[in-house]
Write a protein that binds this ligand. Structure first.
Ligand SMILES: [Zn+2]
Length: 143
C-alpha cells in the first residue's frame, strides 16, 4: 500500500461516493462503510469527510433528519458530530474536528445522509431520475 497523493484525490472522491451511496441504498451496512473509512490514511479520512459533508449539504438535511440519523448511527447524541448535525441550521465543520473524532463524524454524516437521501429517492426520484449515484446497481448491467 502506498500513501495516496493529491493526484489520487479524484479517485478518492469517486470511492467515497460509491461507498456512501451503497450504505444509503442498503447495499452495504453502515458498519461496513465505517470499516472502509477506518482503513484510510488520516489525510484520506479528512478528504472523505469533506466529500460526505458536501453530500449532506446537497441533500438539504433538516434538524429532524439530524436527530433521526443520529438515533440510527449508534453514536451518543452528546458526541460533538451528533450535536453539530442536529443544530438548526446544521454546523458542517466536521473535517476541522480532531482526528480522533473523524470516524464518529463519518458515522453520523452517513446516517443522516441516508435519512435525507432515502426521502429524496422515495419522493422526487421515484420512477427514475438522472442522479447517476442513484443508479448504482443498474449502471453496469442495463442501459
Ligand atoms: Zn435521484
Amino acid at each position: 500500500m502506498t500513501e495516496a497523493s493529491s493526484a489520487d484525490g479524484y479517485s478518492m472522491r469517486r470511492e467515497t461516493e460509491r461507498v456512501v451511496n451503497e450504505v444509503a441504498q442498503g447495499l452495504r451496512t453502515l458498519d461496513g462503510g465505517v470499516d472502509w473509512f477506518s482503513g484510510l490514511s488520516p489525510a484520506c479520512r479528512q478528504e472523505a469527510l469533506q466529500e460526505v459533508t458536501g453530500y449532506a449539504m446537497q441533500a438539504h438535511i433538516t434538524a429532524a433528519d439530524g436527530r433521526a440519523g443520529v438515533a440510527r448511527s449508534g453514536v451518543k447524541p452528546t458526541a460533538n458530530p451528533a450535536v453539530m448535525i442536529c443544530m438548526d441550521p446544521p454546523r458542517y465543520g466536521f473535517s476541522g474536528l480532531p482526528a480522533a473524532e473523524h470516524v464518529t463524524a463519518f458515522r453520523v454524516l452517513v446516517s443522516v445522509f441516508t435519512v435525507a437521501d432515502t426521502r429524496r429517492r422515495e419522493t422526487y426520484c421515484e420512477g427514475g431520475c438522472g442522479h447517476h449515484w442513484h443508479n448504482l446497481a443498474t449502471t453496469t448491467e442495463q442501459q
